[in-house]
Design a protein around this ligand. Sequence first.
Ligand code: MG
Length: 164
Amino acid sequence: MTSDVERWLQRRGVSVGDVAEIVYSLQLPYNSALTLQECEESVLAVMTKREVQYVLYTGIALDELAERKLLPEPLQAIMEADESLYGVDETLALGITNVYGMIGLTSFGYLDKVKPGIIRKLNEKGKHVHVFLDDLVAGLAAAASARIAHQDPKANLYELPGFS
Ligand code: MG
């Protein structure tokens, strides 16, 4: 069954599979037996957490309000310009990543820099405002990836991308 939060993501052009692909690319170097299916399950498991859902709803709602030009100034102008110094988008998304601690944090930083897959697509300037969504997806992927790492008894957590 599709959850409310999954529907919110779909409405903004992001599928669980899109996020799972990023998780897969993060974790495959450390677990060659990993499947895309396991990554999807991990993304869905992270999305069952209430604090994660609240972060997703909040960020997506702000993107949608900005798109409809319904935010008060100066917030509307800041969101339309996707001001690099705004930073609240990253701060909010860390609320997802922090669910799995330091490992998620370092992966988040890595994804924010490299912008793989759907994250890059969301970051491209278009008719939609995705100030929050690119970071939310990075936060979600980082958390789902950390969740897999924590479950692997052989994993050397300090070898995860960005942890150096
Ligand atoms: Mg952003």
